[in-house]
Ligand binder design. Sequence first.
Ligand code: HPA
Length: 274
Amino acid sequence: MNGIYKKLTECLECVRKRTDFVPKAAVVLGSGLGDYAESIRVECEVPYGEIEGFPVSTVPGHAGKFIFGWIDSVPVVCMKGRVHYYEGYNISDVVLPVRLMGLLGAEILFLTNASGGVNAAFRPGDLMLIRDHIALFAPNPLIGPNIEALGTRFPDMSAVYDPGLQDVIRKAADENGISLREGVYVQLTGPSFESPGDIRALRTLGADAVGMSTVVEAIAARHMGMRVCGISCISNLAAGMTAEPLSHQEVQEAADKAAPAFQKLVTESVRAMA
Ligand code: HPA
């Protein structure tokens, strides 16, 4: 058996020893949604560290866990904490958690993140519905022998972000008075932030927001036929767009400030996906 698939099925068995909960939606909680777990009616938690072979974040205190439970009447699994390619994992490990949630039964993948605004009309704290992505600068998570049990060799990526789910999110934003930007997200590897030249180039290519996650997860999820949607919290304007240098602290503070609207939008959107 393919080594990547073997590890995945072993992780699946490990989680299944802990819970038989079948989620409908999988939610990846990015920066700014750190406290989101409080909005979930929790059934069971599985710390990543207790799943043998599972990639655990190298940042102390950021190990993370799966939270199984309910958002309103929708059974969900939430990822509190994700691993990033820049931490040094193989790209197959970076997408293992998303694949695992798909194998646990999740039909929908709801991705969230914090990003730098590339579109000059954006402001820190804005929420952006991800309409499409640019994957050109991220390692493709499907490189290697195709895992036929998951999906086809050359999966279509012409509508990664499900149009129906986009409409659900737009409607939820509208009904709750939350203003929502829309745009194209580009994933770079990080961990260094971009240069002003990088940002000018990315803008020319059609990017509205830049970050270090999400795209590879979306590709792995589409490969296995999950319906994908995503929202990005614009935590800062990208490099060269303001006089100030970028800092992780600035990103965290802006994400924290946007958190109430972000959490509300996720909750109301998931509720409408019942
Ligand atoms: N660049 C890349 N990733 C990010 C940024 C940024 O400006 N802000 C938050 N994540």
